[in-house]
Design a binder for this molecule. Structure first.
Ligand code: ADP
Ligand code: MG
Length: 702
């Protein structure tokens, strides 16, 4: 019998544990595993043998090149390809790949953002093998390449990428969580890791139409566009039947992902027309981060095969939902215990409650940092805009845990609400057991059974940032708890006290109501919760004394590294808005204004021709349109001139915070002022004159 396609392709292009076991000498495999499990330094002898096996496997699969695959601060992945050809070879090719080449690479790093950490003349940057994430093969027109996941740092060891702080944060949280679980007698636990399952939203549009819009090409979002007559109001797209063209894209996508060992599990249509979602099964945070980068790249690649374009921007279309990424996160021991699993009786589960308290405290104390970790210029369109969680960080616990929390605060803990039966009233349907808690889709940070779901992330972002912040802030509260508990005389009493004290002190961050409502904004303000409205306003929190101390204490980022990241954030914001502004200037000046002039001229011609033919004819429609279009045209021209002026002014500002603020407060506003009259014109100008596909064409004709 023919095997199922998943069985045939799964992990085919990955140098995974199974392949290593088969290819490596037994003793090498064993010491390799030990290194991996203990997190100890890698022996070069072992690396040499692994490199050899990796090369042999890659060659068998047709690879000609290898690359250190890394994740610089641009947010996309980078690679520099070297062939396996050895320099020693003269007549006959010798294909070589040593342990040294496996563990260390040196791409010229001068053109990657470093936020001042490295002057361009000090170009050295190193990539170091992340041996915890398996190597894989990628095939494109250039052939097959062996990709080695790596971290990227400067000559002096500073992190220049998204991966390094993530790996450091995983060590930090492991160290502190192990201290805690040991206190509870779980002596066999040596390591604790964070599991992450990111749900990825995206749009698919027809590629021919996409190529007719410079805004989509240059910025990933539409900078102009009147709403289509239909939007998402009928809720008929959400979980709706998947169109055939999309289904065949999804089928291809799954196969490509499965080949790379990516556990693509769920797929469905999302809220907005042309919007979809893919969710993988969760895995360790760094692997999940690598996988999510691959998911985004492969979505784009596979889409093109179907003459589609995959839009990962957070807000490709105004007026319909944008795309986010839900980061499902939990803490699991190497013995397989999920420390965020409340069990049947959460009120009695001390270890769970202690971890819960540490998370509540960490989130409350570092809300601004979490908010920043979910910020990029695109996500500014979503957070707080009634489709994504508000910019206010709060925690949803659900009925059952909220009740336990109330009991803890009151000081008499005695019970946990249990899930009841769900009776549909139809006899042929089974009676289902209800979860103890319903879902709340409006919360930015929600407990969902045995994990937290951080829902603020933008669809195009690397998930590394959110996870290293989460790991680091929780590591820090766990450290404080461990310090206190290790010296307690009466451990049980001390645990109860730590839980009660911290939950009581940080209860204000818990909110189970509707996060989209105006009442919540007012209520949050009363509770003293921060409401940081934009990315640019969130950046300063990266370099406060409090943050620097916290990140240095946990050895995740140094002051210099944090400062560089703040600079990169400002730079990224300014550059993004600058490109958007310039694209608008280009489209308005070269496409929309000329199109409207042609239309207005045709109206004027019509008035002249009609009245010449019949002096008594009624040309009021043409005249009315002519007047209206001309007035909007003048408005657009004025707004265009203003946008040109302020964009030029922005270039003169001092780089960093000042420039970013100017882009946000002045240039962005001028962009909106240009968009308004043009969108209005789109509604009245004859569609034959309109130079780009409309929202209706893009969203409904896939
Ligand atoms: P929903 O859309 O209702 O949130 P999905 O099934 O789309 O649910 O997504 C749930 C995500 O959470 C999946 O990626 C899943 O792998 C992940 N997940 C489930 N359990 C855990 C866990 N313990 N730790 C981390 N992620 C998890
Ligand atoms: Mg979800």
């Amino acid at each position: 019998m023919e095997n199922n396609v998943i069985e045939q392709v799964f992990g085919k292009d990955v140098f995974n544990d199974e392949v290593m076991q088969a290819k490596l000498p037994k003793d090498v495999y064993k010491s390799w595993k030990k290194t991996l499990e203990s997190g100890a330094d890698l022996d070069i002898e072992i690396a040499n043998v692994v490199a050899h096996a990796m090369k042999e496997w890659a060659l068998e699969h047709g690879a000609t090149h290898y690359t250190h695959w890394f994740q610089p601060m641009t947010g996309v992945t980078a690679e520099k390809h070297d062939s396996f050809l050895s320099p020693a070879s003269e007549s006959k090719p010798v294909l070589e790949f040593s342990g040294k080449e496996l563990i260390k690479g040196e791409p010229d790093a001068s053109s990657f953002p470093s936020g001042g950490l490295r002057a361009t003349f000090e170009a050295r940057g190193y990539t170091a093998w992340d041996c915890t994430s398996p190597a894989f093969l990628q095939e494109d027109a250039a052939g097959v390449t062996l990709c080695i996941p790596t971290a990227f740092c400067s000559y002096t060891g500073e992190a220049l990428d998204k991966k390094t702080p993530l790996l450091r944060s995983m060590e930090a949280i492991s160290k502190q969580a192990v201290r805690i679980v040991k206190l509870f007698g779980m002596d066999d636990v040596k390591k604790v890791s964070c599991s992450v399952g990111p749900e990825q939203e995206y749009f698919l549009v027809d590629r021919d139409k996409y190529l007719q819009r410079k805004d989509l090409i240059f910025t990933g979002r539409t900078l102009f566009g009147a709403s289509a007559p239909k939007g998402q109001e009928l809720d008929d797209h959400y979980f709706g039947a998947i169109k055939e063209r999309i289904a065949s894209f999804m089928k291809d996508l799954n196969i490509e992902l499965w080949k790379l060992g990516i556990l693509s599990k769920t797929q469905h249509n999302e809220v907005a027309p042309a919007q979809h979602e893919m969710a993988p099964i969760f895995t360790t945070a760094n692997i999940s981060t690598d996988h999510n980068q691959l998911v985004m790249e492969i979505m784009k690649k596979v889409a093109k095969r179907h003459n589609l374009e995959c839009l990962l921007h957070e807000k490709p279309f105004a007026g319909v939902n944008g795309s986010g990424k839900h980061n499902n996160w939990s803490i699991v021991t190497d013995t397989g215990v999920n420390l965020l699993d409340p069990g049947k009786k959460p009120h009695e589960n001390k270890i769970f409650l202690l971890f819960l308290a540490s998370i509540i405290k960490a989130v409350d104390e570092n809300a601004e940092l979490l908010r920043l970790s979910a910020s990029n210029p695109g996500n500014d369109h979503r957070l707080g805009a009634n489709e994504a969680p508000p910019a206010i960080i709060s925690i949803f616990l659900g009925e059952q845990l909220e009740d336990v929390v109330e009991q803890i605060v009151r000081g008499d803990v005695s019970s946990s609400i249990q899930g009841s039966k769900l009776d549909t009233g139809v006899h042929v349907l089974p009676v289902l057991k209800k979860d103890a808690t319903d879902r709340n889709r409006t919360s930015p940070f929600a407990f969902t059974g045995n994990k937290f779901e951080f829902r603020m992330l933008g669809s195009s972002m690397s998930i590394a940032g959110a996870n290293f912040v989460l790991n680091t802030i929780v590591a820090d509260t766990l450290q404080q708890f461990a310090d206190e508990l290790e010296k307690a005389d009466d451990f049980n009493k001390a645990v109860k006290e730590v839980i009660k004290k911290n939950i009581t002190e940080h209860q204000r961050v818990i909110f189970n109501g509707d996060g989209y409502s105006d009442e919540w904004v007012a209520e949050a303000e009363k509770r003293g919760l921060p409401n940081v409205k934009s990315m640019v306003e969130a950046v300063p929190y990266l370099v406060t004394d409090k943050t620097v101390e916290l990140f240095e204490r946990q050895n995740v980022l140094s002051k210099a590294e944090l400062e560089s990241r703040a600079e990169i954030n400002y730079e990224n914001y300014s550059k993004t808005i600058n490109i958007e502004a310039k694209t608008m200037i280009d489209m308005a000046g070269k496409q929309f204004i000329p199109a409207v002039i042609s239309y207005v001229t045709s109206l004027a011609d019509s008035v002249n021709t009609v009245t010449a033919a019949c002096a008594a004819a009624d040309v009021s429609v043409q005249t009315e349109l002519l007047t209206k279009c001309s007035s909007l045209l003048a408005k657009a021209q004025k707004a265009l001139a203003n946008l040109e002026k302020v964009t030029a002014e922005a270039a003169e500002k001092e780089e960093g915070q000042e420039q970013a603020l100017f882009f946000k407060n002045t240039v962005f506003v001028a962009m909106e002022e240009l968009r308004a009259p043009i969108d209005e014109l789109e509604m009245i100008v004859d569609q034959d004159f309109w130079p780009v596909p409309s929202y209706g064409d893009l969203l409904f004709e896939v």
